[in-house]
Design a protein around this ligand. Structure first.
Ligand code: PGA
Length: 306
């Protein structure tokens, strides 16, 4: 058994796909297939089996996967210790973040990488539900999310505020109106994020608590797609206010002054309690905290709420 085979097998098992594992590892699909076959030959039992179009782990496969993960984890920890010994000259940083943070965190990560050129960073952008699964599987050094999870014991640090606002097109009849009642806004058609999104969860929870349900016109799995749908006149949506910042004041969209909004959500950087935090990960947390006051960076004109 080689470490390389174990590494490849872990990726195939995680993705349940040879193709996606090959993409992740920058290998060809036949090369991935062959390495898994070699591993199966040395173990003496099949590790994966096909159930229709799906790949499933056999019982032996599950055993081998659990040990593979322990081994890869131990190697990762060794790697981090070695990197720690060298300070921040070399190292790896794996960060996963919820999509709303993509208007802010990639810039901070880029600055960090410019400052420490020897650090390889891998940033995964996904929704809250998928990020929590990654956290449970210990796939990242750090995660950035909208509220610390109840399911996993984490050390979470508040890094910035994330106000959620009702966004509409500039020429919407409610644009510019003050203190729009909830009973009025729920007459509008809403575009929602996919289920599993923290923004969606916060939105639905808020309206339900106030005794309202939303008229959902469409569900879209991307904030940018939702913005395009609003611009196309399909309806309104609750989005992070940060999603409007890049457009500035001349954008097509604006937040509506709806009673009870913004919903104050926060962003946290978190890691599982007990996890060894590498020097690189600790330095990145410091870097995020140095940029703490998110609200100040929002132009006032775009932020008409107290
Ligand atoms: P989302 O997360 O990208 O899943 O909507 C944002 C959040 O949890 O605040």
């Amino acid at each position: 058994m080689s470490l390389r085979q174990i590494h490849i097998f872990e990726a195939v098992a995680r993705h349940r796909s040879y193709t996606r594992a090959a993409e992740e590892l920058h290998l060809t699909q036949p090369a991935v297939f062959t390495q898994v076959k070699h591993l199966e030959d040395s173990v003496g039992f099949p590790l994966l089996e096909r159930a229709g179009r799906q790949i499933q782990l056999t019982e032996t496969g599950r055993e081998v996967l659990a040990t593979s993960r322990e081994m890869l984890d131990a190697i990762g920890r060794l790697d981090m210790r070695l990197a720690d010994m060298q300070g921040l000259k070399r190292g790896r940083l794996r960060v996963a973040m919820v999509t709303t943070a993509e208007y802010r965190v990639p810039r901070l990560l880029a600055e960090f990488c410019v400052r420490y050129p020897g650090i390889d960073a891998l940033l995964t952008v996904t929704n809250r539900e998928k990020l929590l699964a990654r956290l449970a599987d210990n796939e990242d050094d750090l995660v950035i999310l909208g509220a610390p999870p109840k399911e996993v014991d984490v050390v979470a640090t508040h890094i910035a505020d994330n106000p959620l606002v009702v966004v509409a097109r500039n020429d919407h009849p409610l644009a510019g109106k003050k203190a729009i009642p909830l009973a009025r806004i729920v007459e509008e058609s809403f575009i929602l994020r996919e289920s599993g999104s923290g923004t969606r969860l916060a939105t639905e929870t808020y309206f339900a608590k106030q005794g309202f349900s939303l008229k959902v016109r469409m569900e879209l799995g991307s904030t940018e797609a939702i913005k395009q749908a609003i611009a196309g006149g399909l309806g309104v949506a609750v989005l992070s206010h940060h999603t409007l910042v890049l457009e500035g004041e001349n954008g097509l969209l604006q937040p509506l002054d709806v009673k009870g909004f913004p919903l104050w959500r926060k962003w946290y950087v978190a890691y599982r309690r007990g996890k060894h935090l590498s020097a690189v990960a600790a330095a990145f947390i410091e870097h995020l905290l140095a940029d703490h006051d998110c609200r100040k960076s929002l132009p006032n004109t775009l932020f008409p709420f107290p």
